[in-house]
Design a binder for this molecule. Structure first.
Ligand code: 2IP
Ligand code: CA
Length: 406
């Protein structure tokens, strides 16, 4: 099997453990609550707790992978930068230290002397987390390390993570919001072609044990490399959607962002016979397609980023689907042999910060090509003029920085 995929899964489990611990340990939960209320107290820290959790998870992933595969750390890119300045004007580089005590000391500087929280956090990040995945043992693929780049979203749907709702009812198996929408996303892509190769989606909050009040999560993975396409076994999808079939016999369903333009949502609802649900989290919406809860995830704006889409994209490719640019798919003309996939190796020229890595042109994530084609032919005539996402521009020929906010 791909040793790198196994370690990515293992470290995603550790990341999920950290995400859960921050909600379950008193000293850490306090910080989350302050964040939720937006209390002034938070301003005394070098960064908000949400960003601290994000950066810590990102650092844990980088450190773990570097220890197992020397040289890989510099290929791992994420949304966050690990440099901060605290209230005393000290510049702090947040790194995972060799010992728990050293990490606690460093964290205490970031948390302006909050020792209990710093100690609790250091303990969690240095803890060993058990991991086993039998389905992986049958995968016999080795991808050369020097051909890959990695995008990490340490905690996707941070808003839902902070809000922490656990009592949300799903609609057709899809959670519109709440902790179920939180995911850890690790996507590996080919540095040359920009296409995704491997993906891990870890969903830390799936079931809450009524006795221990502890959360259990679930992991999903996929690999698509030189003709080998494998993915993790999927839990059975919830009830299938009823209602009329679309042209060609398809009974399409889709998930959209709560911030999707109304004109696009309405056109999509007509194309899908009303089978359209809203959900939070770009990674979670990708996961809904992976799981077959819906057939498509459509987004007409440019506010998802490479780290949001790379992991679900890799899994969908392993399943025979993909994630394509919505604008390019809706351009007039005959359907090309392959729909233009999102690529991960180049940023937008002239754009700054996170905008360099935006998925301009929107996206459409799909499980199968026939379903995508059925949607496109139905949707194109229903979209009002001006509803399409902004044009893409030619990609830049520069490697990504570590910490895209930098
Ligand atoms: C966000 C998060 C949001 C999503 C947005 C992402 O990432 O997934 O939920 O918006 O695109 O960039 P929406 O839920 O409207 O799809 P993060 O939480 O990591 O900032
Ligand atoms: Ca994200």
């Amino acid at each position: 099997m791909s040793a790198i995929l196994r370690e990515l899964l293992r470290v995603s489990e550790k990341a999920a453990h950290i995400a859960r611990a921050c909600r379950q340990h008193d000293a850490l939960f306090e910080l989350l609550i302050e964040e939720k209320k937006g209390e002034d107290k938070n301003k005394k820290f070098a960064l908000d707790f949400k960003t601290l959790a994000d950066v810590l998870v990102q650092e844990v992933i980088k450190r773990h992978m570097e220890a197992k595969f020397p040289g890989l750390e510099e290929k791992i890119l994420g949304e966050e930068s690990n440099e901060f300045t605290n209230a005393l004007g000290e510049k702090i580089v947040l790194r995972l230290c060799p010992t728990e005590a050293e990490t606690a000391e460093l964290l205490s500087k970031v948390l302006n002397g909050n020792q209990p929280a710093a100690a609790a956090l250091a303990k969690v990040v240095h803890e060993d987390v058990p991991f086993a995945d039998q389905a992986l043992d049958s995968v016999q693929v080795a991808i050369p390390q020097d051909t890959m780049g990695i995008w990490v979203d340490p905690i996707d749907s941070t808003h839902e993570y902070i809000q922490g709702c656990a009592d949300v009812e799903p609609s057709h198996g899809v959670f519109p919001r709440g902790l179920a929408c939180v995911t850890i996303l690790i996507g590996v892509y080919d540095l040359q072609s920009g296409l995704p190769l491997m993906g891990v989606i870890n969903q830390p909050f799936v079931t809450l044990d009524p006795v221990t009040h502890r959360w259990e999560g679930r992991r999903y993975w996929g690999l698509s490399y030189m003709g080998t396409n494998v993915h993790s076994p999927l839990p059975p999808a919830a009830e299938r959607w009823a209602g009329p079939e679309a042209a060609g016999g398809a009974r399409l369903s889709a998930v959209v962002s709560a911030s999707e333009r109304e004109a696009v949502r309405a056109a999509l609802a007509r194309a899908c016979g009303g089978r359209v649900v809203r959900a939070a989290g770009a990674g979670y919406k990708g996961l809904c397609v992976v799981r077959g809860l819906v057939d498509l995830y459509v987004f007409s704006q440019d506010s998802t980023f490479k780290w949001d889409s790379c992991a679900p994209h890799a899994i969908l490719r392993a399943m025979g689907g993909g994630v394509a640019s919505l604008r390019a798919c809706l351009a007039p003309g005959p359907a090309p042999r392959e729909r233009p996939q999102l690529l991960y190796h180049r940023g937008h020229p002239g754009a700054r910060g996170v905008d360099r890595w935006a998925n301009r042109g929107g996206l459409v994530a799909y499980r199968s090509r026939p379903q995508l084609e059925a949607l496109l032919s139905l949707l194109a005539p229903l979209l009002p003029p001006g509803a399409l996402p902004a044009p893409e521009d030619p990609p830049e020929d520069q490697p990504a920085p570590v910490g895209a906010r930098a």
